[in-house]
Design a protein around this ligand. Structure first.
Ligand SMILES: [Zn+2]
Length: 139
């Protein structure tokens, strides 16, 4: 009788060990599947003017001034102007003289914020038709 109980216990241990191994393997597979794809969100595309756009790698540090649908060297505060800043993988509207400054309130666009921002991968300045999109991969 005692021997049989031992055998049962041993059998139970094997089941527990087996289940633990299967669980660990599943956890590894899930982690691999959920890992962000290489190249996801690696650049900002700024659209402006009538169908013009530039792409800036997310790791660059840049300040872009757009005035009346053109990229210009310096901000003057005159006319329709947007100042876009890209730094440490983040992009944001540093300054804009659009009527309500909505674009400045849209916050920072980065790999961390895309899931929680109301506008997702976009910063939009509708009055000036200036759009920043965070994109990546082979698109
Ligand atoms: Zn704006």
């Amino acid at each position: 009788m005692e021997r049989q109980t031992d055998k049962k216990r041993q059998y139970g241990n094997w089941i527990i060990t087996g289940a633990a191994i299967v669980f660990a393997a599943l956890a590894v597979v899930v982690c691999l599947l959920l890992r962000p794809k290489a190249g996801a969100y690696d650049r900002f595309v700024i659209r402006y003017g009538d169908g013009k756009s530039i792409e800036i790698p997310a790791w660059e540090t840049r300040t872009i001034v757009i005035r009346d649908g053109e990229i210009v060297e310096e901000a003057t505060g005159a006319d329709a102007e947007n100042i876009i800043r890209i730094e440490n993988g983040e992009a944001w509207m540093e300054h804009a003289n659009c009527p309500h400054g909505e674009c400045m309130r849209q916050g920072r666009l980065s790999a961390e914020t895309v899931r929680t921002r109301p506008l997702g991968t976009w910063i939009v300045c509708a009055p000036h038709k200036v759009y920043i999109e965070f994109t990546g991969g082979a698109q």
